[in-house]
Structures are given as C-alpha cells and as structure tokens.
Ligand binder design. Structure first.
Ligand code: UT7
Length: 326
C-alpha cells in the first residue's frame, strides 16, 4: 500500500513582548531615524511584531511550538522519529538548533535531528524533506519546526529593514498515513541572487568578520518574490492535477501584504481565502508559514478535509510550495 504523510498536529509560539508600529517609531527616533505607522502599514501591511528577550533563543520558541503540535497530534517524545528545525537564527554556530530542541523536548530515542537553512523558504524545504522520508518508509512521525529570533540580526539603524521582521515559531507533526496528506511539493533555488538578501558575516579566528546584520535590496526581492510565488503555486497544482479553484486556503510566507495580494490576484483567489498574519507578526522568516497555519487551525478557519497551498520565498534565492489535503 502506498505510504503518505499527513499533518496530524500544529502548534506555534510567540514571545510575549509585542511592539506596535508606534513603538518602532519611538525606537528609531531615539537613533535619529524617521518612520511612521502610515508608511509601514501602507508598504507592508505590518502593524506589530514580537521580539524575544535576550535570554530567549530559537530553540525555546521552537520547543514550545513543537509541544503544542505534539499535544494536538496526540504523540509523545518517544514517538518522534525525525526532527527538523528550519532556522536562519540558530542558537549557536553548532550544534544544530534541532539537537537543542531534541534535548529540551526530552527526546532520547536517538532519532535524527538537523537544521534546514533555506531562510524564509526553510519550512517548505523541511516539510518536503520530511514528506520524502516518511514516504520512503523510514519515519513514522516527524516534527517539522520553523523557529526564528530575527530581532538578533536586525540593524536598528537601517529603517528599510528593521521594521519588517519579528520573532516566533511554528511547528507541525507529520505522520505516516495510507492516504495523502501532502499531495505534491515543489522546491527551487537560484544562487545567482544570493546578494539581494543576506547576513554576510562569518566567524573567523574568534571574531565576527564582515557584516553580521541583515541586508536586503527590498525592491529586487519584491520583484523576484511575486514572480516565483506564482510560478511555484502553478507548478505544485499542476503536479497534483489540480487548479487554483481547488484551494480552500492559501497560506503564503508572510513578508508583505502587497506580495500576498499579488499572488492571490494572479491565482484569482479572493483575499478571504488567504491566511494573513503579517499584520500582527511581521516577517518571521522560516516560522511564518507554520505560525500562520496554526493560527488558521486554532481560529477554526482551517479545517480537516480542506486543501491548503503553502508557499514560501527567501534568501538564497530559495522558493517552493507544498499542496496539502488537510
Ligand atoms: O522574507 C523574504 C522576502 N522579503 C520580502 O519579500 C521583502 C520584499 N520587499 C518589500 O517588501 C518592499 O520592497 C519593502 C517593504 C522592503 C520596501 O517597500 P517599497 O515600496 O519597495 O519601498 P522603497 O524601498 O522603494 O522605498 C520607498 C521610500 C524610500 O524613500 P525615497 O528614496 O523614495 O525618498 C525609502 O527611503 O520609502 C523610504 N523608506 C521608509 N520611509 C519610512 C524605506 N523604509 C522606510 C521606513 N519608513 N521604515
């Protein structure tokens, strides 16, 4: 019998400290920089974001999101056969944040745990790998987590980027099943565009060499993003022999409401079929899709039996989509 992967539980976590746009206006003013609630809302749709306190790491948020997802799926630490954490803001250079989460969750069964680095597409990449490992028959329950503390790599003297991002985590339990589940996946990268969104520093000789803060050419990223998000959505639908009319919920990476509007328009989907959390969370990179999915589920909008199109795009450049019968 064919083997598939189903999402059996979702969870998320946000650090309690919430900053409104007014808070960001004050923060930037203290540095002699000008921004406004109007600019941020009009250009991005963002009204607020959450920032972790200094002692909170990606592994803390990821662990909490995973606990909620495991509770929802009805599994315990002993049931987890695979743990992947998608993150660009790991706790340490090494070991992986995934092994730190594994320890915090009390998973002692020796299951593989590793990080996925594909920036804002990280969760889509991780879900695709977990789906393949479940279908190959080696894994029964996978924990797939997106966890970020982007506030750590923001340059608060750069108004063009620091107002855009936030911290948080989302997680799913993916379990083996006789029926899909994940219907189709689509995953891409093009390293020619790596310079337009990067944190170009590295550790060398006990020091950080180069720029350890986020740098982005916003307009170039915007242009690429709207193109590839339409492409990957159409590609994943074609692989499953479905059309956009079959989608109950589009759950895209939450970077900018204008990018989401554009994708919805191109797919001829009304915005009331799009889960939007960018207004309250900002861009949480690899965490944004599972965070939005969990908010959709827990608000009662996303329901069993519905078809979900998850899609992301980010630094690298990376992009991809996963079509899910939930
Ligand atoms: O997660 C990975 C994917 N990331 C993304 O998808 C981000 C993609 N890019 C974007 O979302 C948009 O390009 C931004 C939101 C980053 C910028 O929006 P934009 O409409 O492309 O603005 P812009 O960069 O063309 O800047 C317009 C103006 C500039 O002023 P001038 O040169 O026209 O006088 C900026 O200096 O807005 C100014 N500006 C600001 N003004 C007030 C830039 N940042 C701010 C700010 N407050 N925070």
């Amino acid at each position: 019998m064919a083997r598939y992967a189903r999402i059996t539980g979702t969870g998320s976590s946000l650090p309690p400290r919430r900053l409104s746009n007014a808070d960001m206006v004050n923060e930037l003013a203290s540095r002699g920089l000008e921004t406004s609630n109007e600019w941020i809302v009009e250009r991005t749709g963002i009204q607020a974001r959450h920032f972790a306190d200094a002692g909170t790491f990606a592994s803390d948020l990821g662990t909490q999101a995973a606990q909620h997802a495991m509770e929802a799926a009805g599994i315990t630490a002993a049931d987890v056969d695979l743990l992947i954490v998608a993150t660009s803001t790991p706790d340490m250079v090494f070991p992986s944040t995934a092994t730190i989460v594994q320890r915090k969750l009390g998973i002692t069964n020796g299951c593989p745990a590793f990080d996925m680095q594909a920036v804002c597409s990280g969760f889509i990449y991780a879900l695709t790998v977990a789906d393949a490992m479940i279908r190959a028959g080696t894994v029964r329950h996978a924990l797939v987590i997106g966890a970020e503390v982007f506030s750590r790599i923001l340059d608060f003297n750069d108004r063009t980027t620091c107002v855009l991002f936030g911290d948080g985590a989302g997680a799913v339990v993916l379990s083996a099943s006789d029926t899909p589940g994940i219907v189709a996946t689509d995953m891409h990268a093009d390293g020619r565009h790596l310079d337009i969104l990067c944190v170009p520093g590295h550790v060398s000789g006990g020091q950080v060499t180069g720029e350890p803060l986020l740098r982005m050419d916003g307009q170039a990223v915007f242009k690429l993003a709207v193109g590839v998000l339409e492409e990957t959505a159409r590609a994943v639908l074609a692989k499953a022999d479905r059309t956009a009319a079959d989608i109950d919920w589009l759950i895209p990476h939450q970077a900018n409401i204008r990018i989401m509007n554009s994708t919805a328009r191109k797919l001829k989907l009304p915005m009331d079929k799009v889960i939007v959390t960018v207004d309250q969370h900002g861009n949480t990179s690899a965490a944004s899709i599972p965070l939005a999915l969990d908010h959709g589920v827990r608000s009662g909008r996303v329901q069993r039996g519905q078809t979900l199109l998850l899609e992301g795009v980010g630094g690298g450049f990376t992009w991809g989509a996963v079509l899910v019968d939930f």
